[in-house]
Ligand binder design. Structure first.
Ligand SMILES: Cc1cc2nc3c(=O)[nH]c(=O)nc-3n(C[C@H](O)[C@H](O)[C@H](O)COP(=O)(O)OP(=O)(O)OC[C@H]3O[C@@H](n4cnc5c(N)ncnc54)[C@H](O)[C@@H]3O)c2cc1C
Length: 341
């Protein structure tokens, strides 16, 4: 159903992680009117959670940080100028009599589309919140559950709470940039990669094990001091602080999509070898899918499944045509775009 205020897209990709972004490029290459909807205020899916780490298993790229991979993926995804919507979590789906879909987000915005590709990873990652009565007032300002870039912490006093890989990785990444970095962990041992724990201990990071963040003191959204408690001795001390990063784990949740009537097993959407789900016209790709032989948790998997889903979208939309795979080397528009740049 076409309507000026709410145009109907050929394909709407839910999720702006690596799978969704590459699928968006591929959909543009196949001439599809494409929209991407991402729940977070930024693109990249899980990559911002480890933006300073190097990836060595992206085909054709010997080494790239996750942060730089996001930049490359985003630039490539924008080649054919898809509509990209941020900060909207898709919750509801309705199929209209004409076969198109109406997707509704958490803020009530409606998106019309002829097909859907679900590329939502494990769903939204719901971070385990720190249990302190006034934590909410600092959240989104100086208390963070994910860090997008190191620059926001330059010359700041930073406290990291947690004992896993994310906590230790961020302690190492911020140590050369921040004014000071402390890490507080309830247990005596870290659960992170051993080599990184040694690296962190050898750096100027103040390590406080068997301890917890007991209180945050500040004005409005600004943090001034924190109280740290040693869990065995119950001794406490107060220190000046600007920023707090909390990594107490995150639980993925498929949210409203669980209620769409898709075949789902153990929080994974079941697809066939064409990435078709149990609802005709709805496809899925990346970390969220399950099929025989699926390689779980690999970016390379999403890079194959995204194009497979888009090729099938094309065939679904043009049932009377034979849809053949295409090569970018033969794509006239792509060569003219890149010859200009
Ligand atoms: C620490 C760490 C290191 C890793 N290292 C590697 C590595 O070296 N090599 C490798 O191949 N893989 C690695 N991975 C795995 C890799 O990050 C994932 O396989 C990849 O991110 C999956 O991409 P995706 O696009 O399918 O899902 P995601 O990256 O999870 O993206 C899904 C996106 O969908 C959004 N979303 C969810 N629900 C909705 C909704 N209802 N509406 C709108 N948007 C929604 C989410 O906000 C998210 O942005 C690593 C993962 C972690 C955590």
């Amino acid at each position: 159903m076409e309507n000026g205020a709410n145009p109907c897209f050929d394909v709407t990709i839910i999720g702006g992680g690596p799978t969704g972004l590459f699928a968006a490029f591929y959909a543009g290459m196949r001439g599809l009117k494409t929209k991407v909807i991402e729940a977070a205020p930024y693109l990249g899916g899980k990559l911002p959670y480890y933006s300073e780490k190097f990836l060595y298993d992206i085909g054709g790229i010997a080494a790239i940080t996750a942060g730089n991979l996001i930049k490359e993926l985003e630039a490539q995804a924008r080649t054919f100028e898809p509509v990209i919507v941020l900060s909207q979590l898709i919750e509801h789906m309705e199929r209209l009599a004409d076969g198109t879909f109406r997707l509704t987000s958490n803020i009530g915005e409606v998106h019309s589309t002829r097909t859907v590709v679900i590329a939502i990873g494990g769903g939204t990652l719901v971070s385990k919140k720190i249990e302190l009565p006034n934590a909410k007032q600092f959240e989104g300002h100086h208390l963070h559950y994910a860090a997008e870039n190191v620059e926001q912490f330059r010359d700041k006093r930073v406290l990291i709470s947690g004992g896993g890989d994310s906590a230790v990785d961020w302690a190492i990444a911020l140590e050369p940039i921040a004014k000071s970095v402390g890490i507080v962990h309830r247990r005596s041992e870290f659960r992170a990669h051993e080599g990184n724990v040694t690296k962190m201990r050898n750096a100027s990071v103040r390590v406080m094990t068997s301890s917890q963040l007991k209180e945050i003191h500040g004005d409005n959204e600004r943090i001034k001091h924190v109280t740290i408690e040693h869990l065995e001795t119950e001794d406490t001390f107060v220190c000046d602080m600007d920023e707090i990063l909390v990594f107490h784990g995150a639980k993925p949740d498929l949210g409203g999509i669980k209620k769409w009537g898709l075949e789902i097993e153990r929080d994974r959407i079941i697809v066939d070898s064409w990435m078709q789900t149990s609802i005709l016209g709805i496809f899925a790709a990346g970390d969220v899918v399950e099929y025989p032989g699926k390689l779980p948790g690999l970016i390379a998997g999403g890079f194959t499944e995204g194009p497979a889903a888009i090729n099938r979208v094309k065939a679904f939309l043009e049932p009377n045509k034979e849809v053949k795979p295409i090569w970018s080397t033969d794509h006239a528009e792509l060569s003219s775009i890149h010859s200009k740049s």
